[in-house]
Design a protein around this ligand. Sequence first.
Ligand code: ADP
Length: 557
Amino acid sequence: MSTVHYVCKYTPIEVLAGFGATCENLNSMPEGFNVSEQIAGTNICGFGKATLDAVFAGEVHELVLVSCCDTMRAVYDLLVASGKLDFIYLLDLVHCGNACAADWMADQIRNLAHSYADYSGATFDVDAFKRSFTERESIDEPYVSILGARMGTELYEAVRNAIPMPVRNDTCVENRSVSATNMPQTDDVDELLAWYAGELLQQLPCMRMVDTSGRHVMLEDPNLAGIIYHTVRFCDFYGFEYSQIKDKATVPLVKIESDYTTQSTAQVLTRVEAFAEGLTMAPWKPSSHINESGKYFAGVDSGSTSTDVVIIDEDGTICATTILPTGATAQSSAQTALDEALASADLSRDDLKATVLTGYGRGSVGLDGDAITEITCHARGAHHIDPSVRCIIDIGGQDSKVIKLDEEGNVVNFAMNDKCAAGTGRFFDMMAQVLQIDLDEISRRGLHWNEDITISNTCTVFAESEVVSLVAQNKALDDIVHGIDKAVANKTMGLVGRVGGEAPFMMTGGVAQNEGLVAAVSQRLGAHVAVHEHAQLCGALGAALFARDEAKSADSR
Ligand code: ADP
């Protein structure tokens, strides 16, 4: 039996099943794009590239595409030209569900059926067609829905594992709902096809349809506990829907974007895990890492740039701290940082009752302890330092985050820039290099400026050339650094706006030590921005406090 791959929920897979074919949703994500980067234009989305790569890797022999968008049409043309497939067909979808569209769809299905019969030599079996319908399972308990553009299988599995409740995939092809409930009692193929074409088009509409109003039912399910909204880079249709629902949704919502490679998964997971932590009362799972004889608690923040450790006692008093460069491996720096912190307080690892790991490397530090995202840990640390704080601006080495808190210190909303160095510590590190000054100097120079210079780019590459040209114009160093601070403050304001951040503000992360930036952010916000002496350690402090909660909760069980 042959396998026909398909990419769209409007594909008549029941008809293909009538010809004895097994239909499979083509949805896996490659590690990177090999062939497609060479043959496809830049405006093809990651899914289009993944499709091309799957065919060129010999994973697909029969493929039915649907004219959903320009990418799919381009993919079809490239694949026809490649001659790589035994069977390829492009179904022309009319993007509405009226009677006229159903007639057109029925014709399209007949044409596909003729082509497939010619190619395969198989005949259409009405009973096989009728038997092939499947019903979508409903979920009768609280669940998280993944909405938006199609999500690759690998990412979906990772997301499902990160969410501590049932997850329903409502993206694109996955919310296919062609039901046999109203099938006419006949074996007449024309009559069946006329009905079937209507059923296909009457599904819950995808965002490519003209009338998408039917999609609101997904938001109205009383069991819906949260939404993960997924977009694929360059797939505009779902970007529009996200902007429509983000203010209307009454349940927690997080947006993630993927480029359809497995490489982007780790980055995306921090958002998903932080979202999951916000859905549950305690962000840790019942721990298997409690050492009953210990009396201290460690938080280890394995960041992209620095590895920070905080050790606290049962009262929450800080006993020891360390900040080390993360260096070549997250594991060795985390172990060294922990041992250095312990040694400075005359403690050993046996004195630790529980440890919580956070930061970008939290899953790979090789220490016993549960992992909690840096978003939740920064919130916990900041709330402990100052319970009045409602908005945290955390700028680290490679990313920046803005986290909105409620009065209990819970994360209400967060936004991250984790895609590039723009507006992060790395940006300052690079600018300091260009200006041939050290971090201390770049942190203070922007405080005393005369000329109000504007640097319009926070993209490191473009900003570097702007700064080089300012140097060539003999602009004063203080003024250039002030321009850099303003550019990063503007970028940060975008994140504050996205989460609806409100005063009192606190800045955490290593970049909080940059006084010029703190002044520029404060000026843009029109509000005071507090910086605590432990700003860079805030994530590790939050992790240590969670370790203490975890041990307390284990004691009370
Ligand atoms: P991560 O958690 O991603 O490892 P951190 O929160 O430790 O990052 O922040 C690292 C960044 O902090 C560095 O890239 C650097 O730009 C900035 N930084 C560190 N120390 C200072 C300092 N003394 N003054 C200004 N910036 C600093």
